[in-house]
Design a protein around this ligand. Sequence first.
Ligand code: PRT
Length: 225
Amino acid sequence: MTTEPRLRIAMQKSGRLSDDTQALLKKCGLKLNVSDRRLLAHVTNLPIDIMRVRSSDIPGLVMDGVCDLGIVGDNTLEETALERELMGQKHQYIRTSGLNFGGCRLSIAMPEGFNYQGIQSLDGLRFATTYPQLLNRFAKANGINIDFCLLKGSVEVAPRVGLADGICDLVSTGATLEANGLVEVEEIFKSKASLIQTATSLSPEKQNILDTLLPRIQGVMKAKE
Ligand code: PRT
């Protein structure tokens, strides 16, 4: 018995991108039954499976060809690509389409009262961040030396507890920075969600499924503009 090839798409299981991603797939006409415990959801009206994982795992799954497509923030994508390149791991992918949700910026923020007089004011300081590669690229491009400590969450608390001089974190409304006595001084990366595709060529059957799906995604994005 031969099984029909199914296109596998990785999406965030739960978090800031999961509702918008699920809504997008539904608007594209995909009928899927997403229950909290099922990590692989079958689309019943097209040969597509949805793999529900942590956002940070999505770029690697696509770069390694485990998933054919993924929906992820450009911040996570770029950080993972830089890290994998540094480690000599597969880091190629195709950015198939930008999506119009998940907008945010990666910024450097300093405690209120810090005397900021341009990027040179950051030279020699230590930053808490989840995005060391993006921060390092920014520092190199601007000719400054910085140190960092890696935090996966609660980054904004680091200066107050003496862990770092400042932070480099995602900002959307700015309310979290304000609540923690921090001021945004430099935006280093602008991000939105993207649909990415494995760099390995798809089988003709999977390519056909993608050719059906892609115009629907682009139609939904256009309607939202
Ligand atoms: O799934 P996993 O746990 O691996 O990923 P995650 O921890 O990155 O998940 P999640 O759900 O927090 O974020 C998923 C993606 O949403 C991010 O990678 C971004 O692409 C996007 N996004 C958009 C944001 C924000 N806006 C955002 N504001 N991700 C995080 N934040 C956080 C930020 O880190 C800070 O703590 O929100 C706070 C600031 O928000 P404001 O509105 O107060 O400025």
